[in-house]
Design a protein around this ligand. Structure first.
Ligand SMILES: [Zn+2]
Length: 330
């Protein structure tokens, strides 16, 4: 739980807990279709991807002002700090907000207010990764990048998320090229529900530096070889895989086999309010379910800092890595 770690796959909208959702709904005069937090918490026990996405987008209606986004991020950082997180690279989905009439500036500045204080208040260094919704058009992604231009000082990378199948990475070639030209780094969700081919495409066509999820690389031994040789980090989210039925139970998760294959695996929480735990909870759960020993857990923590976008501050990376080595399990 307290092992120092970086979180590299975390959607800030997926950290909205029922209590905060109701508080923001009251403040903003938004009517939620649930009587109270208890009833809403029951709705979080969704059955499949579609019921998850329906709830996820419905609840975003409560996020309206900079203050709302600030509170959302601050609540996440407080929870993450209590679970050993020392560095967080946080996804946000501008299109999910601009589609509701909330300008991208409100989202970025609001999140930025919490992130600016994060190191001092929570002991967590942070970065923001702007994700494009892959089930929307390539034109919409380009417009989003254009709208983000005044805020690029707050954004370190672009990503690609939401429903994967039928929306291959190549659809976003142009916007990724434009993002790279602006100095942004690149990641993408691939190989969660989509085939191994999508992972190749994300690497070859989009030029991403990390693969978010990448679970299905295990179906393609040549691809595994390449990911191992190139040390491409995978940001795995085991609790999310179970809740969204990518795998049946946590005991079936290929994490152990992926580590044994030499893949650079990291463990993350994805949408923790919805998937049953934050990143420390996730470490705890995989240890229990897969019988990982202390050195394997330490390797996962070490990997998270090696995969982090800290190239501009190697001193900080080295400090975090030495915290991992010095950590005494109790
Ligand atoms: Zn994700």
């Amino acid at each position: 739980m307290h092992l120092p770690k970086a979180e590299l796959h975390l959607h800030i909208e997926g950290t909205l807990e029922p209590e905060l959702a109701f508080a923001l709904a009251r403040r903003n005069g938004v009517q939620l279709p649930y009587a109270d937090t208890e009833e809403l918490r029951t709705a979080y026990l969704f059955e499949d991807l579609q019921s998850f996405l329906d709830l996820y987008y419905a609840l975003m209606a409560v996020l309206r002002t900079e203050e709302d986004f600030e509170e959302l991020a601050d609540a996440y950082l407080a929870r993450a700090a209590a679970q050993g997180v020392r560095h967080a690279e946080i996804f946000f989905d501008p299109q999910a907000h601009t589609a509701r009439g909330v300008p991208i500036g409100t989202v970025v500045e609001g999140l930025g207010r919490a992130l600016d204080r994060s190191e001092e208040k929570h002991g967590i260094s942070t970065q923001l990764i702007m994700c494009f919704l892959r089930d929307q058009s390539a034109e919409s992604a380009l417009l989003t990048l254009e709208a983000a231009k005044p805020y690029l000082h707050r954004i370190s990378a672009v990503g690609l998320d939401s429903a994967e199948v039928g929306h291959p990475p190549a659809k976003f070639r142009e916007v990724y090229e434009a993002a790279a030209a602006l100095g942004l780094r690149k990641v993408a969700h691939a190989g969660e529900e989509g085939p191994p081919e999508y992972i190749r495409e994300a690497l070859d066509v989009l030029g991403v530096e990390r693969i978010d999820h990448g679970l299905r690389c295990m179906e393609d031994p040549e691809l595994v070889k390449r990911l191992v040789a190139d040390r491409v980090p995978l940001t795995l989210c085991p609790l999310s895989n179970v809740r969204l039925r990518a795998i049946d139970t946590l005991e079936d998760h290929p994490l152990r086999a992926m580590m044994a294959a030499g893949l650079l695996c990291t463990v993350n929480s994805d949408d923790p309010a919805y998937f049953g735990g934050y990143v420390g909870d996730t470490f705890h759960a995989v240890r229990e379910a897969l019988g990982l020993d202390q050195e394997q857990l330490r390797t996962l923590a070490r990997n998270s800092f090696e995969a982090a976008f800290l190239d501009h501050d190697e001193e900080r990376r080295a400090r975090y890595l030495s915290e991992v080595e010095a950590y005494a399990f109790d």
